[in-house]
Design a protein around this ligand. Structure first.
Ligand SMILES: Cc1cc2nc3c(=O)[nH]c(=O)nc-3n(C[C@H](O)[C@H](O)[C@H](O)COP(=O)(O)OP(=O)(O)OC[C@H]3O[C@@H](n4cnc5c(N)ncnc54)[C@H](O)[C@@H]3O)c2cc1C
Length: 337
């Protein structure tokens, strides 16, 4: 056990064995800034004033030469060796409603959604709730470093966490999950994390934009928004992009929601129109951000927008939303890597 002190905020908290400085802060109820939790984004950077730190993930990609010179570390991967004193600006919006906890999950069911997306359902050893749109860390068997995956379900008990995961060719964690994991097996789980959760206090129409691996959090948000009394009567627009028709999914899940076809609208989009398997496609074509811009134009600035997917898609969506003058407070996403 190590004690971390943040003098500027006048707080100290404990970090237990194997835990990191940023994750333990969130468990202590502090608003330690972070985003991806896998050492890629660098939002959890802090300055080490006293003490010693090593890394869970060797050389986290977010770290640079200046960080090393200025004794700055990546909090989500930083393991304290003894007590430390650090400098970091705490922010209330990073406080977690459900305190993240390390537990394990038993795989109860797997459901294939497309040729490369599968839903993995886990029963938690210690149930914990989460907000729709949040993610957990899964320690895939035999893989170094837990990966982030967003939950697709909505739960009040937190007993089950369901993840829709896209297989990455030669990806370490996804190969382990898809090819090795069997019903009844157990994996390490940690969470919930993430700030891109449904804002029930924002009474606007909702736009969910997703591509590939971004399906899961957008399904969770849509499910919760459809059931929310506070959002009663609001439209939910779900635009989902894939390369070819075999990538397209999500509609069946939305069809189960009350209001589908009335206030819940689904628009699939494919980008590889030249592919032979795309022949006969009569739906929208192009990229999700362009299709959304064409469909909603200036109305976007009045919507609450959630998006998730591969980094290139997310960057294009963000650019489009900024051009559409969407206030930052109405834009919700976690960076995927
Ligand atoms: C917030 C967030 C939410 C996500 N939600 C989903 C989702 O709902 N569905 C989905 O399909 N994908 C999701 N992803 C992507 C997912 O986390 C993986 O990046 C993806 O499945 C590829 O993993 P892989 O190990 O198979 O591929 P690989 O190519 O082997 O690994 C790439 C990923 O693993 C990370 N990584 C590599 N080494 C380490 C290490 N030692 N410690 C920690 N991380 C390491 C990299 O940063 C990169 O993200 C999410 C990512 C983030 C950041």
């Amino acid at each position: 056990m190590a004690k971390i002190t943040i003098p500027a905020a006048n707080v100290s908290y404990d970090v237990s064995e194997g835990d990191t400085i940023a994750r333990a802060a969130t468990r202590a109820g502090l608003g330690f800034p972070y985003d991806c939790n896998v050492g890629e984004c660098g939002n959890c950077r802090f300055e080490l004033l006293e003490g010693e730190v090593t890394y869970l993930r060797e050389n986290p990609p977010a770290i640079n030469e200046r960080d090393v010179q200025r004794k700055r570390y990546i909090g989500c991967q930083a393991l304290p060796h003894g007590d430390c004193t650090i400098k970091v600006p705490l922010r209330d919006n990073f406080k977690s409603k459900f305190i993240p906890a390390r537990t394990s999950g038993k795989l109860t069911e797997m459901i294939d959604i497309t040729h490369d997306i599968r839903e993995f359902r886990f029963a938690l050893e210690q149930p914990n709730g989460f907000l729709p749109g949040q993610y957990g860390l899964i320690a895939a068997p035999g893989v170094n470093g837990a990966r982030a995956y967003s939950m697709c379900n909505v739960t009040s008990s937190g007993e089950q966490w369901h993840f829709q995961i896209r297989r990455v060719p030669n990806g370490k964690a996804t190969t382990s999950l898809f090819d090795q994991l069997k019903v009844g097996d157990t994996v390490g789980l940690d969470g919930p994390f993430g700030m891109a959760y449904l804002r029930e206090d924002a009474p606007r129409d909702i736009l969910c934009l997703a591509g590939g691996s971004g399906l899961s959090p957008m399904i969770s948000i849509s499910r919760a928004a459809a059931a929310s009394e506070a959002l009663e009567g609001r439209n939910i627009h779900f635009v989902y992009g894939g390369r070819t028709p075999r990538d397209i999914c999500g509609e069946e899940m939305l069809k189960e929601l009350r209001g589908f076809g009335e206030r819940i609208h689904y628009t699939p989009v494919i980008s590889m129109t030249d592919d032979p398997s795309s022949a006969g496609w009569t739906g929208k074509t192009g990229f999700v951000h362009d299709v959304a811009e064409n469909m909603f134009g200036e109305k976007i600035a009045q919507m609450e927008v959630y998006f998730a997917g591969p980094p290139l898609m997310a960057q294009a969506v963000m650019k489009m939303l900024i051009k559409a003058k969407l206030p930052a407070s109405q834009m919700h996403f976690d960076q995927f890597y």
